[in-house]
Design a protein around this ligand. Structure first.
Ligand code: ATP
Length: 440
């Protein structure tokens, strides 16, 4: 996919109701997006699959849903108040803003603006804190400042003891959470790749110091393989190891899972060895004991943490990019979103071949029955070929058509999106057939 093709994803997303620019009728709010009828389904499917594999299927991980607003001391302890900054530079000439760490060194040397080309026009970097600040209660004073969380992880650390005490989890174990995060990014963009409000799916795995490196390797493997479950092509994924200069203040080691986007290889998920940094800091700042007592070895220690952290919006974008294809057929080109059936917003569309002879009524009965199990869509307008194309573009994996033969022998055709092949099956077997093809 070429860089310009990101535009095609943006346009398809809007046209078909996956993603809209926020507050568009008021001229938009930059770097914020809304999910439309198809987008919201797809997002829910992605979150469900993450939750299923990270919580439901694992006896060593439990879930959590912490509040977005937290005590301001949390962000002092975590280092975000002092250190969650990006170096901001301005071009005095064209007024464009940049993150200094994103500017090509050959421009930086001459303080040259990468946009307008003016030499010597870049200001010195100012450290800009990415946390959104707001006030709690009616008085806007410094004592009432609270932050919108820039990551979900801290909600997990401050509940570490609560979870242990209530669930009796034993190390090694993890706590997982999906929730909104907010960052006042200097250079948001590339559609939903980098936004100011986004959703994260994070898991913190607590381990005994010394065992961290093995668990780090384990989670790297689990997480990169997880993307196959979403149908992402393996050749578009790779690891990138953070060098010493890239490592966050808390990390002993970090790997990104990168995806080959139209804009190049970029981070999709981060896997970090956060050591005992976070729990130790919260212990220090809160004066509460956050150590763990291992009753088998009779040892007390602050656990190390292996974190897996991904953005749900970024995963969704990845699935759209990975699945998008303009396929050349004999007489036409069809746009098809080859989404894995598990994440496809609509699982099946039901069509009467024509709008007469009792076919719509028959198709409606099938639709009603399928609705109990899946998101489905009924369409009787226009030629059936065009209806197929509309569903191809929306990523719907199956189309079920009621035709004149249906009325004679109670069979329907089921057409598969990717191969466009059709088979005929008994109408009362559609539900099982779909279930098999979606989940097995
Ligand atoms: P960067 O250095 O690119 O700003 P980061 O390394 O700080 O990002 P993390 O803090 O590791 O990012 O965030 C974990 C994950 O959350 C990322 O891999 C990404 O999927 C997602 N994410 C982070 N920031 C954003 C954002 N502004 N918009 C959408 N998703 C984001």
């Amino acid at each position: 996919m070429a860089a310009t093709d990101m535009e095609k994803i943006v346009s398809l997303s809007k046209r078909r109701g996956f993603i809209f620019q926020s507050s568009a009728i008021y001229g938009k709010l930059n770097a914020c997006y809304d999910y439309g009828p198809l987008g919201v389904e797809m997002k829910r499917n992605i979150k469900d699959i993450w939750w299923k594999s990270m919580v439901q299927e694992r006896e060593d991980i439990v879930g959590l849903d912490a509040a977005i607003l937290m005590h301001p001391r949390v962000w002092e302890a975590s280092g975000h108040v002092s250190g969650f900054t990006d170096p901001l530079v301005d071009c005095r000439h064209c007024k464009q803003r940049f993150r200094e760490d994103e500017i090509d060194p050959k421009f930086l040397e001459k303080r040259q603006c990468p946009r307008c080309g003016t030499v010597g026009s870049l200001t010195e970097a100012r450290q800009f804190n990415l946390m959104f600040k707001t006030h709690m209660g009616p008085v806007e004073e410094s004592a009432s400042v609270v932050y919108l969380r820039p990551e979900t992880a801290q909600g997990i650390y401050v509940n570490f003891k609560n979870v242990i005490d209530s669930s009796r989890m034993k190390i090694p174990f993890g706590i997982a959470q999906i929730g909104k995060a907010f960052r006042n990014e200097i250079t948001p963009g590339n559609f939903i790749f980098r936004t100011r409000e986004f959703e994260q799916a994070e898991m913190q795995f607590f381990v005994k110091p010394g065992e961290d490196e093995n668990f780090f390797e384990m989670w790297k493997e689990i997480r990169i393989n997880w993307y196959s479950r979403l149908g992402i092509k393996k050749e578009n994924l790779r690891f990138h190891q953070h060098g010493k200069d890239e490592l966050a203040h808390y990390a002993k080691a970090a790997f990104d899972i990168e995806y080959k986007y139209p804009i190049g290889w970029k981070e999709l998920e981060g896997i970090h060895n956060r050591t005992d940094f976070d729990l130790s800091k919260h212990q220090e700042f809160s004066n509460k004991d956050l150590s763990y007592f291992d009753d088998k070895t009779r040892e007390r220690f602050i656990p190390y943490v292996i974190e897996t952290s991904c953005g749900i919006d970024r995963i969704l974008l990845t699935c759209l990019v990975d699945g998008y294809e303009e396929e050349k057929l004999e007489n036409e080109t069809r746009t098809v979103l080859r989404l894995d059936p598990k994440i496809a917003p609509v699982k099946a569309a039901i069509f009467p071949l024509v709008k007469k002879d009792g076919m719509p009524e028959y198709a409606r009965k099938i639709e009603k029955d399928l609705r109990k199990s899946f998101m489905v869509f009924y369409d009787e307008t226009g030629a059936v070929g065009r209806r197929y194309r509309r569903q191809d573009e929306a990523g719907t994996p199956f189309c079920i058509t009621v035709d004149s033969q249906t009325l004679e022998d109670d069979t329907v055709t089921i057409r598969e999106r990717d191969s466009m092949q059709q088979i005929r099956i008994p109408a009362n077997g559609v539900r099982d057939e779909l279930r098999k093809r979606i989940w097995e």
